[in-house]
Design a protein around this ligand. Structure first.
Ligand code: RB5
Length: 143
């Protein structure tokens, strides 16, 4: 299951992403927000991040206006590796190298056509499993 969330700035793009996931037959759960009323992105960033670290969701997708605030929020949660992507190269590389478990995008910075390609690339790319990447990911978690 994919956990998805946004603030008002990411709401419109989130609708496109959810329709796409539905078309692809990918199970997802929408953690809000549920309309375009102004709201606080940390609330939704935390909800999706917690769903991923608890194991309720396999991966997460977060969208705010720029993707910045919501990715900063998610990355405060231990175990979350949230990648803000605006291109498919980064979406592929962050799965291969960082084993990113949450994708963040900006609803005001990325058009829907590109965003859906980024989502597909992120969801369809497996972690490389290479030793150097495993080592670097472990180092992120060190205090
Ligand atoms: C909301 O206006 C906007 O600040 C938010 O969506 C996001 O871009 C924050 O990083």
């Amino acid at each position: 299951m994919i956990a998805i969330g946004s603030d008002h700035g990411g709401f419109a793009l989130k609708q496109e992403v959810m329709a796409h996931l539905k078309d692809r037959g990918i199970e997802f759960k929408d953690y809000g927000t549920y309309d375009e009323k102004s709201c606080d992105y940390p609330e939704y960033g935390k909800k999706v991040a917690n769903a991923v670290v608890s194991g309720e969701a396999e991966k997460g997708i977060l969208i705010c206006g720029t993707g910045i605030g919501i990715s900063i929020t998610a990355n405060k949660i231990k175990g979350i590796r949230c990648a803000l992507c605006a291109d498919t190269f980064s979406a592929e590389a962050t799965r291969l190298h960082n084993d990113a478990n949450v994708l963040a995008m900006g609803g005001r910075t990325v058009g829907p056509g590109l965003a859906l390609k980024i989502v597909d690339t992120f969801l369809d790319t497996e972690f490389s499993g290479e030793e150097r990447h495993i080592r670097r990911i472990s180092m992120i978690e060190e205090d």
